[in-house]
Design a protein around this ligand. Structure first.
Ligand code: KG4
Ligand code: ZN
Length: 362
């Protein structure tokens, strides 16, 4: 076997790919610094289905992958010869979608004889608040410090988790949703209100015009001692309340009622997250809180969390693009795994149900 070559003098330039769901994303990163982060969105394609249609996603990924790779290199002002390492999302995600990214990554690694690193998409969301803008300068990697242990909150359309980060790469899942994810719950309630897909960002806009106390959503799991979450009760409450308000579909809601309902549902979902967060902070000493995932783009959620964690600081991704599914977060995970990097590339199997395993104390 060839001896692994350790890259010590210069941070490797990573080309990262994420095709876990409905966005084709390719990024170029160096350490924590993002040189380019291109996302080819499929939202419009899936809108008519009211959710992501896996075979449609696969075809669109196939069409988009090469132009997205080319555009990422162009935006980073690099050529494929400047890349030292390929990283790709192995899971979790939709199997047919993951397959396209993995195949493209394997082909690039073969063609340029580069190491290939499989990355857990959830670790990507987890580390996304640590990504640094290119404009902050090339020396920022050295200056940048985060404070550990930290508590990471991942809130996306597929996952909702509290993870204790002892050090980068060493994780303990403290709690997670037992059913729907926070974003999924907002999307489902949005669907009941005919808001389109994904409904999370529309609910945020509508909520600004509504009264969050108009409808009292229940606070789930207050008697359990663990830090798990459950959003299905909120969904059921929404369904029953809407049936009552519309006389089982006989009447339509007024625009103000829709705003109030969006505000109340959003408040109900976020109050559940901050309630469990309070419980964690009563029993765990952490130095800062990180927030990642699509729902992390929501300003009201950030406000509610900041209020809950005072005087601790909340770290959020530097842009909305870094909150949603993107490849920059995959690149920085691979970058953070140094100096183990250097193996010859291997074959990667997609893992649609990959979880974040407890690696603390190992
Ligand atoms: O991280 P992401 O792009 O994909 C997954 O890995 O799931 O998250 C998508 C989720 C969707 O449920 C979407 O409705 C939600 O994030 N989302 C938001 C906002 N932007 C996206 N939810 C609330 N407020 C937002 N501004
Ligand atoms: Zn995601």
């Amino acid at each position: 076997m060839k001896k692994p070559k350790l890259i010590t003098n210069k941070l490797p330039t990573v080309l990262a790919i994420d095709t876990s769901c409905d966005d084709t994303s390719v990024a170029i990163t160096q350490g924590w610094v993002v040189l380019a982060n291109v996302i080819a969105s499929q939202t419009e394609l899936h809108q008519k289905y009211g959710g992501v249609f896996p075979t449609v996603a696969k075809l669109a990924h196939r069409e988009n992958i090469q132009p997205t790779i080319d555009l990422a290199l162009k935006r980073a002002r690099l050529s494929s010869k400047d890349i030292n390492l390929i990283a790709v999302t192995q899971g979790p995600g939709l199997a047919p979608a993951l397959e396209v990214g993995i195949l493209a990554a394997q082909q690039l690694a073969d063609q340029y004889r580069l190491p290939l690193i499989p990355v857990n998409h959830l670790e990507g969301h987890l580390l996304s608040p640590l990504a640094v803008r290119k404009s902050r300068g090339p020396n920022f990697n050295q200056q940048f410090a985060h404070h550990l242990p930290a508590l990471s909150i991942i809130v996306s359309g597929g996952h909702t988790q509290f993870v204790l980060v002892e050090k980068i790469g060493s994780y303990q899942v403290l709690g997670q949703t037992l059913d729907d994810a926070a974003g999924e719950c907002l999307d489902k309630i949005g669907r009941m209100l005919n808001l389109g897909y994904p409904a999370g960002p529309i609910i945020e806009e509508f909520a600004k015009k509504g009264n969050a106390k108009a409808y009292q959503f229940p606070l789930p799991l207050t008697t359990t001692k663990d830090f798990n979450l459950s959003f299905s009760g909120l969904k059921t409450f929404a369904k029953n309340k809407l049936a009552e308000l519309t006389d089982n579909g006989q009447k339509v809601l007024s625009q103000q009622q829709v705003y109030d309902f969006a505000a109340s549902a959003q408040y109900g979902v976020f109050r559940h997250v901050t309630y469990k967060l309070t419980k964690i902070l009563e029993t765990h000493q952490v130095k800062e809180i990180w927030l990642g995932g699509g729902v992390a783009a929501n300003i009201e959620l950030r406000k509610m969390i900041r209020k809950t964690i005072k005087p601790l600081k909340l770290k959020v991704p530097y842009s909305k693009k870094l909150c949603m599914d993107n490849a920059a977060m995959i690149g920085i995970v691979a970058g953070s795994q140094l100096p183990m990097i250097g193996q010859q590339h291997t074959t990667i199997d997609r893992q649609p149900r990959l979880v974040l395993t407890n690696t603390a104390n190992k």
